[in-house]
Design a binder for this molecule. Structure first.
Ligand code: CAA
Length: 283
């Protein structure tokens, strides 16, 4: 099964990064969002990130121009019917994803592979509500997508081998490395990362250390590129909370209970970098 055209749903941080790497790898990309401003911002971000890659001599100017020429945008979900692979990277809420798939599926050709960049939601459950559970997979990129080399691949219970192999070859063509995870809450990366971030918030909540001490301890003490609180701000505190809730509900173990301080920050609208305020103040 040869993939030539990739549809990306959601023009936020993840969707724009996915469009960026797919276009550079030579795929024709159709980027969809309901919000025309988000599409415009995504094109600006992709252009400026590619310009930076050119200035650092990571890619040639001609590669950037060709890649940008391969990206089209649309506000109409139905236009993605023309693609061979769809990667959904919309808001991390199951009801939003279900509504998108319900609207999209009638437009898709029978061979189109449908995937979700979900960071924690059950692939089997998302797939079961579409017309093609055997052609449905988890395709989970890390943030920032152009920099991080991992993609988690997650089969749902019904995913067929042809679909899995097609997704595996896309990962290779993107120059990234796949890690295969079974379909259990939050898969591998977030199953390990989010409890660490949540524990860092507990350390703050219980007064064991301040924000700067916690991040310094983990950066310099364990060679992490970012401290856990800085990373939480980078990922988005709402996303961190929603993944902790998926772990807590899905595994029914109190060790995954979200820290009340994390919940309070999200309730305050302090979502990290994207809202200019989280554990750090970016205003
Ligand atoms: N988009 C594109 N490129 C970016 C970028 C972005 N948003 N941010 C940084 N870069 C590039 C820079 O251009 C630079 O490229 P060169 O090497 O070509 O110069 C490179 O990344 C390093 O950037 P900087 O020198 O500016 O800064 P840094 O050395 O501090 O690195 C970082 C920044 C790569 C983000 C690094 O801090 C890091 O790796 N942090 C951890 C990120 C992480 O853990 N991500 C996973 C989050 S979990 C997840 O995504 C799963 C989920 O579902 C929640």
């Amino acid at each position: 099964m040869e993939i030539k055209r990739v549809g990306v749903i959601g023009a936020g941080q993840m969707g724009s990064g996915i469009a960026h790497v797919c276009a550079l790898a030579g795929y024709d990309v159709l980027l969809n969002d309901v919000d025309p401003d988000a599409l415009e911002r995504a094109l600006e971000t992709i252009t400026s990130n590619m310009n930076r890659q050119v200035s650092r001599e990571k890619i040639a100017g001609e590669d950037r121009d060709a890649a940008l020429g391969r990206i089209r945008t649309t506000e109409t979900l139905g236009e993605l019917g023309e693609t061979d692979l769809v990667i959904e990277a919309a808001t991390e809420r199951e009801s939003v994803k279900d509504a998108i798939f319900a609207e999209l599926v009638p437009h898709l050709g029978s061979g189109t592979i449908l995937t979700s960049n979900t960071s924690s939601i059950s692939i089997t459950r998302l797939a079961s509500k579409t017309d093609r559970p055997e052609k449905f997979m988890g395709f989970h990129f890390m943030n920032p997508v152009p920099v991080m080399s991992l993609v988690e691949l997650i089969r749902g219970i019904a995913t067929d081998e042809e679909t899995f192999e097609a997704c595996q070859s896309v990962v290779e063509r993107l120059g990234k490395t796949a890690s295969v995870a079974e379909d259990f809450p939050a898969f591998i990366v977030n199953r390990i990362l989010m409890p660490m971030i949540n524990e860092a918030v507990y350390v703050l909540y219980e007064g064991v250390g301040g924000v700067a001490s916690i991040d310094k301890a983990m950066k310099l003490g364990t060679n992490h590129p970012m401290g856990p609180l800085e990373l939480a701000d980078f990922i988005g505190l709402d996303t961190c909370l929603s993944i902790m809730n998926v772990l807590h509900d899905g595994l029914a173990d109190t060790k995954y209970r979200p820290c009340p301080l994390l919940t309070k920050y999200v309730e305050a609208g302090w979502l990290g970098r994207k809202s200019q305020r989280g554990f750090y103040d970016y205003r």
